[in-house]
Design a protein around this ligand. Sequence first.
Ligand code: DUC
Ligand code: ZN
Ligand code: ZN
Length: 544
Amino acid sequence: MAKFDLIITNGKVVSASDISTCCIGVKDGKIRTLVDSFDPEEMEGARVIDAQGAYVMPGGIDAHVHLCQDLKTGPHGLGGECSDNFETGSKSAAAGGTTTIITFATQTRAEEDRSLLHVVKAYNARAEATGSYVDYGFHIIIVRNDADVLEEEMSVLMKDWGISSCKLFLTYETQRLTDSQLLDVMFAAKKNSMTTMIHAENGDMIQWLTVKQLCNNAHECSEKLESKGMVAPYYHALSRPPLVEGEATNRAIALAQLIQNPILFVHVGSALGAANVRRAQTMGLPVYAETCPQYFHLTWEDLKRFHSPTCFENSKMICSPPPPPDTSDQEELFVGLENGTFTIYSSDHCPFRYDHPNGKPSGVLEDAASMEGEHHCTGKELQSLLERKQGAFRLIPNGIPGVETRLPLLYTGALSTGRITPQKFVELTSTNPAKLYGLYPKKGAIMPGSDADFVIWHPEEAFQSFKLTNDMLHHNVDYTPYEGMEFSNWPRYTILRGQVIWEDGKIQGKVGDGEYLKRGPSQLVRGVSKATKDPRCVAGWLYE
Ligand code: DUC
Ligand code: ZN
Ligand code: ZN
């Protein structure tokens, strides 16, 4: 019997701390050994991949992916249809070097969604309906604070499902929690060793800046974006200036500090948000942050790129929080990548089709006021309708695709340019997500005993940079926000538990190869510093 199933030679093997030129032996889906070289007889019967001097990294872990999810980001619970299911989304992940994704089971305020266990079972059925090309786990989004449910079900989610993280919103009419409700859920999370993920945007600030209201004498206030007719997609960014994230991060940090709850800010997109996180970390608080490619590769300028008062095209760039105003903000975010402010780098893949009635146009089509006197339409008619409706950014679902482009964008924008080291690349994209979400060292490591998940890049000197077009991607979305962007490398092989699932531009894996991952508590969170136990800041007695 062959000693190894797979051998990788001639790689620059990168961990979160080191780079070594060595060979890797894999058997039964696990890494068995790292050695200088193998004897010829040890290699008999094994598939040998010659990495040709390229980087060999642990497979990417994308801890923020939306698949098969009801995404109600608009007013009155309006939202689009998530266009990727587990099959298409995970195929796209594999083609972009990612071997593990974590997606969101989502509670709603509907009565049947009171039970989190019900929500997770229903969501799991969606995953099982197709299966996945890569391994996957779930976060849970919690939008209500029912005491009995939190008391009885959080522990079951942890124990039976290995769901060790929950996401909470400070914005969106149908999802946001008040400060007191946030404390309720955070407290339950803390008691169950679950990591709390926070979407930090101040919903009231957004609403106030955007929506026309009746002022005194029943006159409409004329100052707000919608009163001034500033409703094209570009104004989505003006409705969410960096201060919106700045206020919400500070508030969530204070709430979490009060009850000593570790938190992770998802999709941090502003220099101000990053600075608030940094300050909390310097105080010794267990505050972590995620950022995403869109905050390094898009700015307000991109939202203006096709901008005209009636142009819907920019809906392709609408995500929340929006991209930062300009490149000076991006410079500060790059510093946060290198200095540890950002713990993880995820895609926030949130796929809506552009030219589809259930995609980016869905909110406009569903909104009674917008559609008064109109008939429903598709295709070309749809575009002209949307232009007449001036885009109406409040009705456009928030989110852009990116699970496949996540690693190549970081390679091109930060590793190739020397802004981050290869080790930092691995830390942000694989090792830290594994530790933060309780998957380490099964995932996120190249060590004997770890799952044999790898992304192997092209040797740099042999790779011809190229311009991306959406038809190269595998998601079920009809656009990429990075159309035409030049890429300096792309994953050559993606390997899941010893099996090559992507090779030289072709999918080799099968849907169903991916397995569900039960996760444990965060392995990053440690004790809190003495300073943070001061009763002037912390209600430590809660735990006595
Ligand atoms: N939050 C996300 O995490 N993704 C897309 C939309 C949103 O508000
Ligand atoms: Zn969010
Ligand atoms: Zn998201």
